[in-house]
Design a protein around this ligand. Structure first.
Ligand code: FES
Length: 125
């Protein structure tokens, strides 16, 4: 079952709920953008993946070893642009729900982040 969306409200360094994270139209149809929130040594990373008219937001942390997924900053899709791919050991995740369909964490999920879409704005929920 898809895990519940994680609120950023208690993440140190994250903008408060109601803040605009980005505008959807700033991203190309298969483009992603990484965000990093910091406070002291604490760091929390998320990414927004656009998929045509939809957008999905996940914590940038692979369920296998809790490493960031991207192999180049802000690139999360595999070469065929069918799945989100972890650069470390090749786990493949469905874009629309973060379910791992293949790899060392098969059957587990990426952590979705609580956001709302308000027109073109993606807002932290
Ligand atoms: S850390 Fe992602 S597949 Fe191993």
């Amino acid at each position: 079952m898809t895990p519940p969306a994680r609120s950023l409200a208690d993440v140190p360094g994250a903008p408060p709920p109601g803040s605009v994270l980005c505008r959807v139209s700033e991203l190309g149809p298969r483009e992603a953008r990484a965000f990093q929130f910091r406070e002291g040594h604490f760091r929390y990373e998320i990414f927004v993946q656009r998929w045509d008219d939809a957008v999905y937001v996940y914590r940038d942390s692979c369920p296998h070893l809790r490493l960031p997924l991207d192999y180049r900053h802000g690139v999360y899709l595999d070469r065929e642009e069918r799945h989100i791919r972890c650069a470390h050991h090749g786990a493949l995740f469905r874009v629309h729900d973060g379910y791992c369909v293949d790899g060392p964490c098969k059957g587990r999920y990426l952590t979705p982040i609580a956001v709302e879409r308000r027109g073109d704005d993606l807002v932290i929920a």
